[in-house]
Design a protein around this ligand. Sequence first.
Ligand code: C2E
Ligand code: CA
Ligand code: CA
Ligand code: CA
Length: 284
Amino acid sequence: AKSAGGNRFELADEEADARAITRHGLTTALPTALDRGEFFIEYQPLVHLGDGSVRGAEALVRWLHPQHGVLGPDRFIPLAEHTGLIVPLGRWVLEQSVRQAREWRERHDDAGPFRINVNLSPCQLTHPGLVQDTVDILERAGMAPDALCLEVTESALIGADDALLKPLRRLADMGVDIALDDFGTGYSNLANLRRLPVSILKLDRSFTQSMQRFPADPVDLKIVEGIVSLAHSLSLAVTVEGVETGAQAEQLRILGCDTAQGWYYARPGPPERLHELALVDATG
Ligand code: C2E
Ligand code: CA
Ligand code: CA
Ligand code: CA
């Protein structure tokens, strides 16, 4: 009979094999998944912390894989970046999302400005077609650039040279908002913020999590307070992500954060869900 330890190792081996097989399978299926129409987008509302109104939504891509079911972006975005599919996939996400934003605006024209946030991979940043593709997509949808916010992770911009920042600057000059995603995890030089064409800081979920305890850790409170006041002094808005409880929302509102996103308000969902939320907001 095998020892428990032996079984454990065997199991670990099998799991590793299964993961490798899945990864291989996903890599093979990925290049044609876009043509087969297997990707879809969920939207998660962005809520104004002051008055609770829905101000926009973030587009989050998913893959409905014929064998594995719905896969989250963490399972396939790295593969898409590795294989180069991220460029056409990212373009598709942008086009779908901007069109969706236009539909919301048409249906809820009394609800105030509604903006769509779309994630940008570092590979898209270095792709020469980014600016023109974005201009074309906005034009085709008849949307002004200020309806769009592109989210770039802090880590993608650490040590970014001018060549990398140039397309972002051009987009920002056109009126597209640039948000620094996962802010606070990348150890970037805060003074560097002035150099970047960003107008929004998206505070990483880890900060929101530290607001879970009440009263929150005083050091965490000071850090968030410091980031918010620095951001505001540079005319940047602060969005917080991963808000799961009312206590977190309240704490972050008191600390001066502008916009929030998280399960407390709504999980990412199909576009129809957002119409419902907008209607609720418009009526009360
Ligand atoms: P992210 O941009 O930081 O997106 C926020 C993630 O937090 C999303 O995970 C969202 O579903 C999740 N989330 C939202 N509210 C809560 C909450 O209250 N609690 C918790 N625990 N989680 C919450 P998701 O959808 O799995 O996306 C993961 C990452 O994949 C995103 O992180 C983003 O970096 C990337 N991603 C998603 N869509 C795209 C895309 O179209 N293009 C690119 N390049 N990356 C994408
Ligand atoms: Ca994001
Ligand atoms: Ca984030
Ligand atoms: Ca309302």
